[in-house]
Design a protein around this ligand. Structure first.
Ligand SMILES: [Zn+2]
Length: 388
């Protein structure tokens, strides 16, 4: 349906051409304005919660929650409005389309998904009565671990049957039904400063200690299946002729399940606690945790429902020939809501948190590469692939 596609691309262009890095609240709120308008136009109830930072905290954008429908299974949709890109990126490489690929900062992760969710529900509404109730959370802070929005999402997921996270699909449109847990570990090593030429024996090098720790941390790679540890950022010292008093290490830890994540976290903390260079100490801070999302039987069932939806051309007159991500999401809803296989509930890390089929309409390719762009594989169907 060309009209819908054109409209989708027009709005996507507006969203992508706004810099909405997590710490650019004006930009995130400009994205929220566009979403709020669309919610309003389609008859959603909209709640907008401003972020009130504590002392010393950065100001974040608003949390936007749309609600529509009051019967049937309860569907929670989640998409984030923030990106990882610094101010000025949108001007440097604004939104563009080349054939069936869209480019631009955050187009893939995840402005196209954010918008696809809105279009999916529009189509569902056009097709008649909503077969479910939908709560759509547009959060401003996913890229820093949803520090502001997490409590709200956890509350909402307690009263949810199906949750759909509209993050990018893997290349080729593969759905994500399991996800590694991520732990952000910051280590501060403290030593003792001294002149390196005159009295080196009085010093204790934090940089040398950090080097030992980095090697030990990297030796954790592969000790449990699928576990990865990367000391991605190290900074320390002041001058070449001064024994370094301080050094910080920023580490990314990932594991496929809770047991191995806990095991690697404990091993990393033991490395922090030990010291090789006499006179040095270290402190650790673990933050921005995403616990692992393990594949559950219920997720498997939801995946089956979604797969059926993929191959089935539904009878929705309004979107007969629309082979878009929005339709794919819609089909999943429809299948899930028809009750085939019954209610789908998931036991997640928070108890009865309904989680999750991570899904997105648009192919997102192979992940962010070093330059911050996203590589993409050619889409298998006339769908739109995204890069950026
Ligand atoms: Zn994302």
């Amino acid at each position: 349906m060309q009209r819908r596609r054109d409209e989708y691309i027009d709005v996507l262009r507006v969203l992508v051409d706004v810099d909405s890095g997590t710490f650019a609240p004006e930009g995130v709120n400009a994205v929220a304005d566009v979403c709020e308008d669309r919610f309003g136009g389609a008859g959603w109830n909209v709640e907008r919660r401003p972020h009130q930072p504590e002392d010393g905290e950065d100001q974040l954008g608003d949390l936007l929650i749309g609600r529509i429908g009051d019967a049937g299974p309860r569907v929670l949709m989640i998409a984030h409005m923030d990106t990882v890109f610094p101010a000025g990126t949108a001007r440097e490489r604004p939104f563009s389309i080349d054939g069936d690929r869209a480019f631009g900062p955050g187009v893939c992760d995840m402005k196209s998904g954010l918008l696809a969710g809105l279009f999916a529900v529009d189509l569902l509404l056009e097709a008649g009565a909503l077969p479910c109730s939908i709560t759509y959370v547009c959060n401003p802070d996913e890229e820093i671990g949803s520090t502001f929005s997490k409590p709200a999402i956890q509350e909402l997921s307690k009263v949810t049957d199906v949750a759909l996270v509209l993050e990018p699909a893997r290349g080729g449109g593969e759905l994500v039904t399991a996800r590694k847990g991520v732990t952000d570990l910051r280590i501060e090593v403290t030593g003792r400063a001294a002149h390196a030429g005159v009295e080196p024996h009085r010093g204790a090098s934090a940089v040398l200690e950090a080097a030992h720790k980095v090697i030990e941390l990297h030796e954790l790679n592969g000790q449990w299946p699928g576990v990865t540890v990367n000391a991605g950022v190290v900074s320390g010292g002041t001058r070449p002729n001064v024994v370094a008093e301080r050094c910080s290490i920023h580490v990314d830890i990932r594991a496929p399940n809770e047991a191995s994540l806990q095991a690697v976290e404990e091993a990393a903390l033991r490395i922090v606690a030990g010291s090789v260079v006499p006179g040095t100490t270290a402190e650790a801070r673990m933050a921005a945790n995403h616990r692992p999302m393990e594949r559950t039987e219920a997720t498997g069932r939801l995946l089956e429902l979604a797969r059926e939806g993929r191959t089935c051309h539904v009878d929705l007159a309004a979107c007969d020939d629309l082979d878009s991500s929005a339709l794919q999401i819609l089909l999943a809803f429809r299948r899930a809501c028809e009750g085939r296989g019954g209610r789908v509930a998931f036991a997640g890390a928070q108890g009865r948190v309904a989680r999750l089929l991570q899904w997105f309409g648009l192919d997102g390719g192979l992940g962010r590469n070093a330059s911050g762009r996203q590589a993409s594989q050619p889409p298998a169907s006339p769908r739109l692939a995204t890069e950026g």
